[in-house]
Design a protein around this ligand. Structure first.
Ligand code: ZN
Length: 182
């Protein structure tokens, strides 16, 4: 039996460790703890470059699981009570080695994230952004490669929420997207 600590298939109580007989949301039969499962928030960025007609966005190749080897947008999970906009700036700086200038929120997207044997719901928030001054230096623990892709012809990205955000960003900027191969 696989022990799952979080998500719609959590199998034990996080307070007293008793097995849960019913999937959350539920009350632990042993201690009464009420377990809710919510989407985990994250913040990410669509870093843009180029002028009208040649807008490109920055994608990173994932170095770590899940979805290692797939293209993704810079970003990550919120820490504690961190605002997703602050998360987007922090994660971009950690992954790119340079600061970014954050723009408008593109949208909020519900998806799933598979990690540590669990599938947890996520709420991904993506923002437009541009690069600050300096040269990109990837963190090899996070990313093995980078590429600028046309905003209207993106590859399939690591997570569905990212595909949706790119489509919405392109639409907002007056483009139609044709998704290419992975
Ligand atoms: Zn309990």
């Amino acid at each position: 039996m696989t022990l799952r600590a979080y998500g719609p298939t959590a199998s034990f109580c996080p307070r007293c460790a008793a097995a849960l007989s019913v999937a959350p949301p539920t009350d632990c039969a042993a201690c009464g703890y009420r377990l809710f499962v919510n989407a985990r928030p994250s913040g990410g960025v669509i870093v843009l470059d180029g002028g009208p007609g040649e807008l490109r966005f920055l994608a990173l190749r994932r170095a770590a699981q899940p979805r290692a080897g797939r293209w993704e947008l810079p970003g990550g999970f919120c820490e504690g009570a961190e605002h997703p906009a602050d998360t987007a700036v922090r994660e971009a700086h950690e992954e790119l080695g340079v600061g970014i200038v954050l723009g408008d929120l593109v949208g909020m997207y519900v998806g799933e994230y598979e990690f540590q044997g669990e599938t947890v719901p996520v709420l991904d928030m993506f923002f437009l952004a541009t690069l600050g001054a300096g040269k990109i230096t990837l963190d090899p623990a996070e990313s093995s490669d980078m590429c600028w892709f046309p905003l209207d012809a993106p590859p399939a990205l690591a997570f569905d929420t990212m595909d949706s955000a790119i489509r919405d960003a392109a639409h907002r900027l007056g483009l139609r997207t044709v998704t290419g191969p992975v």
